[in-house]
Design a protein around this ligand. Structure first.
Ligand code: ADP
Ligand code: MG
Length: 429
């Protein structure tokens, strides 16, 4: 084979591998990848089958009955991106086709596969979860090993049957191995960049939708808040009105607490759309918590919960006081709600070198480790009247405040939330 036909042959082989992949990604790949992963895997199995048949069909017969081509690339791609069912399918097709083509070298693929297939069955399940760079590296290393394996087995077979090997055969194998590794590197890099592009486009579209939705929700929520304030004001007046019969007043109280609940939900939804700190002030953590305790007083009494505040230190922090209250109210309310038959909720304030530490501990139902891990995910709620927004908003706001949150919980014993915020020195303004 002269140099020009050699290059032609290699370019054709590379084209036969890359072209089906490009064609698939151009028309269907992105959709399958995001919506139907099984279809995507199946497609990779089919693409690899087509490529491997074409590669072998246009192989270079370098010795009588020995075929040289880049078939290892589609075979490995089938395992790595199509899963092991696709991989096994392609292996069977290629072994059958190789057997059909016949020749002295027909037994070599069987020997190579008997080592390659079990190794791929081990590597395949975890491959797809790694980062792009790691995948490219791993695929390259696998191809180096495969090329090495093919070369060794072919070399042994050749020297066995012919005793004397033509000069330059070793160099030929090395060059062929390098081309195979290079092709694999290009192919995996291409697949990874196409997958990444599909993911980014999808995420962009999603976040665009989410932004529009949350802006819409925020504007609606904002409009509802004002009439609610008016309704609450009048109901408050009714409770103080002597003309309203006393037996009706508890119902008005109930209406007020439901309006308050609605307002709280709206505030949380508003913060979900815009978790921003607006007005930064220097606040005394202990004083602020006493204030929140008085706000929560009636709710706690209703649930038969005794709220205790222990302030060992009097740290100051700089933050948005409304958002700070919102975070604490969300967590304290959850604590109270976790104790359906009453109990004690202990809030303690401490300071360390540069942090103000708030600990909120309940004697409630507690959570398992899995449940704790789910905290802060949107719409996660185990309550019939829950929204699953409170903690998500709190987590986001705490992050904005450069704070930290830790949760310790034990089923049937209770839960402890520890919040830490950067502390500032000094007394009040
Ligand atoms: P919601 O209170 O509307 O259900 P949250 O985001 O405030 O939503 O809380 C999410 C879930 O986390 C709750 O439904 C509850 O299952 C769990 N949870 C939160 N705080 C506690 C706690 N102190 N004890 C037990 N479970 C809790
Ligand atoms: Mg809640």
């Amino acid at each position: 084979m002269n140099v020009t036909s050699g290059i032609n042959h290699i370019l054709l082989q590379i084209l036969l591998i890359l072209f089906p992949i490009l064609l698939y990604h151009l028309y269907w790949g992105d959709k399958d990848l995001l919506e139907d992963k099984r279809k995507h895997k199946l497609a990779y199995g089919l693409i690899s089958t087509v490529s491997i048949i074409l590669c072998m069909g246009f192989a270079f017969p370098f010795h009588n009955g020995y075929l040289l081509d880049l078939r290892a690339v589609p075979l490995l791609i089938a395992f790595l991106y199509g899963g092991y069912y696709s991989g096994l399918f392609v292996t069977v097709v290629f072994l059958a086709y190789r057997y059909y083509l016949g020749g002295e070298g027909a037994c070599i693929p069987l020997l190579v596969s008997s080592v390659l297939v079990p190794s791929m069955l081990v590597i395949t399940p975890t491959y797809i979860r790694h980062s792009s760079r790691y995948k490219i590296l791993l695929a390259t290393v696998i191809t180096i090993c495969t090329s090495f394996l093919i070369a060794i087995i072919t070399y042994i077979k050749l020297s066995w049957t012919h005793m004397q090997i033509k000069e330059g055969t070793l160099e030929f194998f090395i060059g062929y191995g390098i081309i195979q590794v290079f092709t694999m590197w290009i192919t995996v890099s291409l697949i990874e960049s196409l997958r990444e592009k599909a993911m980014i486009t999808y995420q962009l579209r999603q976040s665009d939708q989410l932004n529009t939705m949350s802006e819409l929700a925020a504007s609606v929520a904002h409009e509802i808040r004002n009439p609610l304030t008016v309704v609450r004001g009048f109901m408050q007046l009714f409770t103080e009105n002597k003309q309203i019969p006393e037996d009706v007043k508890p119902y008005i109280g109930l209406m007020i607490s439901e309006v308050d609940r609605t307002q709280e939900i709206i505030i949380n939804f508003l913060s979900l759309a815009k978790p921003k700190l607006e007005r930064i002030e220097k606040i005394s953590v202990a004083e602020h918590i006493q204030h929140i305790k008085s706000l929560m007083y009636s709710y706690a009494i209703l649930q038969n919960v005794d709220v205790q505040v222990v302030t060992a230190d009097l740290p100051y922090i700089e933050t948005d006081p409304d958002k700070f209250s919102q975070v604490l109210i969300n967590i304290i309310k959850n604590g109270i709600e976790a104790m359906p038959s009453g109990g004690e909720l202990k809030i303690s304030v401490k300071e360390s070198k540069d942090m103000a530490e708030i600990c909120i501990k309940d004697q409630g139902v507690g959570m398992t480790e899995e449940e704790v891990k789910r905290l802060g995910t949107l719409f996660y709620s185990t309550k019939t009247k829950g929204t699953g927004v409170g903690l998500m908003v709190s987590y986001r706001l705490i992050e904005k405040m450069n704070g930290q949150i830790e949760v310790k919980s034990q089923k049937e014993v209770g839960t402890q939330f520890t919040l830490k915020f950067p502390r500032i020195a000094g007394k009040q303004n």
